[in-house]
Design a protein around this ligand. Structure first.
Ligand code: CA
Length: 672
C-alpha cells in the first residue's frame, strides 16, 4: 500500500481540482481561505479575513519552511495558493509549484528566456507572479510571451510583443471572464504601451487597447486613439510614446469594468517627446475599459504631459467609502507622483487627491479641473540647473503592493521620500536596439548613492491623512499584507520581516531574513493551519542602482513560509567578500572622467551608482584582475551573455571600454 501511495504521489503532482478556478471563484475570492489571484481578489485589496495568527499570538510566529529560488536577483512575486499548492515566480520568469504545507517542489517550469534579453529589462529580470484559471497556470515572460501551463507543461504560448522592440513583461496576468489580461513594460527604451486580452483556453488575441496614439497618418485603432492624438505634438510615434501597462489591473464584476494603470512617457522628457506641448493622453492615467472589447469607458490622467517617469501603474484598490454621507464605489491609487487619489470608479470623477509624501513638483490637485497645479521649475528641465524634484523617478510609492483593511478602513502604503534632479538633454538622439531613451542627462556616476527614508504609512482614504506611520532608514521596502488578525505584515529593505498592529502601528513581531524583501506576503489556510509566505530576494530597479541596504550582498533568494510555532532555521547569510587589492591605474584623469560619463550612460542601470552594485549582479569593483583584462571580450564580444551581460558593440568602441574600465578601477581603488 505504501508503494502505491508513493506512485500516486509521483503521478499526480499538484493537480488543480478537476473544475479548477472558475469565474465564480474569482468573483468570491475575498471570502476564501486561500489566495487565488495576485491581489487576493478582483478589488486587489491584499487583505485576508484569516485570524488564526493575530495580534495576541503573533509572537509565536516562526519559520515553517524555506524554498530555494535558485537566484541572487530580484524577487517580486506574490505567491498564489490553490488547493494546497503554491505557485510562485522567480528571476527570468521561472515558475515553481510548491506544496503549501511542506515546501516541497512539485514542478518547475523554465521558459528559457535568452539571457541577452536581460539588457532590455529596465528594472531587473523580475516577475510579479502567475494567474490561475480552470486547471491552467499562466505566466508572462520577460521577453514578452504569455504561456499557459498544465502541471508545468505548456499548453499554449503566444508572443504578445514585437521582439524587434524592447518590450518586457514583469507584471502578473489577471483573468476576467475567460480572458487573460496582460500588459508590458519598456517605456525607458522607446515603446508604445498597450494592454491585451487573450482567450484563456486557446491563447487567441481577443482585443488590444493601445494607451497612446501611433502614427496619425495611419488609421487610428480606436476612437480613443483619435481623441488622444489631439493631445500630442511633434513626431512622438517615432519614440514609441510610452504609457506601458506594466503592473496593476483591477476588475469590478458589477460594473463590468476593467481598470488598467498606464506608465510614463517615452522618452521621459516631454519637450523632446511632444515639443509643441499637450497632455499626451493616456500617459500616467487610470483607464476604465469594457473587458469584452477593450473599449475605453473613462480615463483619469494623474500627470498630464508627464516628464518625470510618474507612472500611474501603481496598484489600484476598489472599495466603498462613505464620502460626505454618501456611499461611493471608489478606486484608490497612490501613484509615483505623490498624490493619493480617490475616484468614483463608475465615472472616473475625482473625489479627492492629497499628497501622501513630500511633493514639490505641484502645489495641489485643483478639484475643479482635476489637474495638478504645477511648480513651473519642474517643467523647465534645464540641463544646467539642478532642481531636486520630489518625488523622483522611483516615486512616492512604486509597484510594491499596498493593502486595504476593511475593518480599520486604512490603506497601508509602502511609501518613500524620493528626489531627483531631472536635467533635460537638449541634444537627445533616439537609439534603437535596447538603449535607454530618456531625453535626460545622466547624473554623475561617482557620487555616492543617497538613501532617503522609507515608511509604512497607514492612510485614511476618507480624511486623506495619515493615521500612523513606521519610519525606515531607507526606501524600497516590501509590499504589504493586512489581515483580520489586526495585523499588517511587511518585509524591509534592511533585511527583516515584521508584523504591526493594524490599528496602532505598534511593532508586534519581527525576524531578520538575511536579505532585503521587496515582494508582498500572502496568507492561506492549508491542512487547517494558517501560513504566511513571502519572497525574500533583493534587486529590482532600486537594488541594481543603489546597492543593498541590508548589507547582505549575494544572499540567495528564498521563499519563506511562517506559521505559529514554526521551528525551521534560516540558512546563514554569506560572509562579506575580501577587500579587493588595488589595481595600478594606467589611464589619465581625463580618460577616467570620460569613463565616468560613459558608465553613467550605459552601465549604471544594472551595475549601480559609483559601480557599487547590490550584489544581485556582480559588484564590478570586486572583479578579478583577469576579468578587468577581459573587458573588451565581455563588453564588446558578449562573452558573458549567458549570465545576462550582452554585447554593447553597437554603441561602444574599444576606447570607450578602456575608459569605462579606467573608471571602474578608480572606484575599486577607493575601497580601503
Ligand atoms: Ca518608467
Amino acid at each position: 500500500m505504501r508503494t502505491i501511495g508513493l506512485v500516486f504521489a509521483v503521478l499526480a503532482p499538484a493537480q488543480i481540482g478537476a473544475q479548477g478556478i472558475t469565474d465564480r471563484d474569482l468573483t468570491n475570492a475575498s471570502s476564501r481561505t486561500d489566495w487565488i489571484t495576485t491581489g487576493r481578489d478582483y478589488s486587489e485589496t491584499h487583505y485576508s479575513p484569516l485570524r488564526e495568527i493575530n495580534a495576541s499570538n503573533v509572537n509565536r510566529l516562526g519559520l515553517a519552511w524555506t524554498f530555494d529560488m535558485e537566484t541572487k536577483r530580484g524577487l517580486e512575486a506574490t505567491p498564489i495558493v490553490v488547493d494546497g499548492t503554491m505557485y510562485v515566480t522567480g528571476s527570468w520568469s521561472i515558475v515553481y509549484a510548491v506544496d503549501a504545507v511542506t515546501g516541497k517542489r512539485l514542478w518547475r517550469y523554465d521558459p528559457e528566456v535568452s539571457r541577452a534579453w536581460g539588457q532590455r529589462a529596465c528594472c531587473d529580470v523580475v516577475n510579479r507572479g502567475v494567474a490561475v484559471y480552470g486547471d491552467l497556470v499562466y505566466v508572462a515572460t520577460i521577453d514578452g510571451r504569455l504561456i499557459a501551463l498544465k502541471n508545468g507543461i505548456p499548453q499554449w504560448s503566444v508572443q504578445t510583443t514585437d521582439k524587434n522592440q524592447s518590450y518586457t513583461i514583469t507584471g502578473a496576468p489577471r483573468i476576467v471572464k475567460g480572458k487573460v489580461i496582460i500588459g508590458n513594460g519598456g517605456a525607458e527604451f522607446g515603446v508604445r504601451g498597450y494592454v491585451s486580452a487573450y482567450d484563456a483556453k486557446t491563447g487567441k488575441l481577443v482585443w488590444r487597447f493601445y494607451t497612446v496614439p501611433g502614427d496619425p497618418s495611419k488609421p487610428f485603432e480606436s476612437p480613443a486613439m483619435e481623441k488622444a492624438a489631439k493631445t500630442w505634438t511633434g513626431e512622438w510615434w517615432k519614440y514609441g510614446g510610452g504609457g506601458t501597462v506594466w503592473d496593476s489591473l483591477a476588475y469590478d464584476p458589477e460594473l463590468d469594468l476593467l481598470y488598467a494603470g498606464t506608465g510614463n512617457g517615452s522618452p521621459w522628457n516631454w519637450k523632446v517627446r511632444s515639443p509643441g506641448g499637450g497632455d499626451n493622453l493616456y500617459l500616467s492615467s487610470i483607464v476604465a475599459l469594457k473587458p469584452d472589447t477593450g473599449e475605453l469607458v473613462w480615463h483619469y490622467q494623474t500627470t498630464p504631459g508627464d516628464s518625470w517617469d510618474y507612472t500611474a501603474v501603481q496598484q489600484m484598490i476598489l472599495t466603498t467609502l462613505s464620502i460626505e454621507g454618501k456611499a461611493r464605489k471608489v478606486i484608490m491609487q497612490a501613484p509615483k507622483n505623490g498624490f493619493f487619489y480617490v475616484l468614483d470608479r463608475a465615472t472616473g470623477e475625482l473625489l479627492s487627491a492629497k499628497p501622501y509624501v513630500t511633493i514639490n513638483w505641484a502645489k495641489e490637485v485643483d478639484m475643479k479641473t482635476g489637474r495638478p497645479v504645477e511648480n513651473p521649475e519642474a517643467r523647465e528641465l534645464d540641463p544646467k540647473k539642478m532642481f531636486i524634484q520630489q518625488p523622483g523617478p522611483l516615486g512616492g510609492h512604486n509597484w510594491q503592493p499596498m493593502s486595504y483593511h476593511p475593518g480599520t478602513r486604512l490603506v497601508y502604503i509602502p511609501a518613500q521620500e524620493t528626489g531627483y534632479p531631472y536635467l533635460g538633454n537638449e541634444n537627445f538622439k533616439y537609439l534603437t536596439g535596447g538603449a535607454w531613451n530618456l531625453g535626460m542627462l545622466p547624473l554623475p556616476a561617482t557620487e555616492p548613492a543617497e538613501l532617503t527614508p522609507g515608511m509604512l504609512l497607514a492612510w485614511d482614504p476618507v480624511k486623506q491623512a495619515a493615521k500612523w506611520k513606521v519610519s525606515y532608514p531607507t526606501y524600497w521596502n516590501g509590499g504589504v499584507l493586512s489581515t483580520a488578525g489586526n495585523l499588517v505584515f511587511q518585509g524591509t529593505a534592511a533585511g527583516s520581516f515584521a508584523a504591526y498592529n493594524a490599528e496602532t502601528g505598534e511593532k508586534v513581531w519581527s525576524m531578520p531574513v538575511n536579505t532585503g524583501i521587496m515582494a508582498a506576503p500572502a496568507t492561506y489556510m492549508a491542512n487547517g493551519k494558517q501560513y504566511i509566505s513571502v519572497l525574500a530576494g533583493w534587486g529590482g530597479a532600486f537594488g541594481l542602482i543603489f546597492g543593498n541596504p541590508s548589507g547582505h550582498n549575494g544572499t540567495p533568494g528564498r521563499l519563506l513560509t511562517f506559521a505559529l510555532d514554526g521551528k525551521e532555521k534560516l540558512p546563514p547569510a554569506p560572509g562579506a567578500p575580501a577587500l579587493p587589492k588595488p589595481i595600478t591605474q594606467t589611464a589619465d584623469q581625463k580618460t577616467i572622467e570620460a569613463g565616468s560619463v560613459l558608465y553613467a550612460t550605459w552601465c549604471v542601470y544594472c551595475h549601480g551608482f559609483a559601480a557599487a552594485s547590490g550584489g544581485s549582479i556582480a559588484d564590478l569593483r570586486f572583479s578579478s584582475e583577469s576579468t578587468f583584462a577581459s573587458y573588451p571580450k565581455i563588453v564588446l564580444d558578449g562573452s558573458y551573455v549567458s549570465v545576462g551581460m550582452p554585447s554593447f558593440k553597437q554603441w561602444l568602441s574599444n576606447d570607450d571600454v578602456a575608459a569605462i574600465r579606467a573608471f571602474v578601477i578608480s572606484q575599486r581603488n577607493k575601497i580601503h
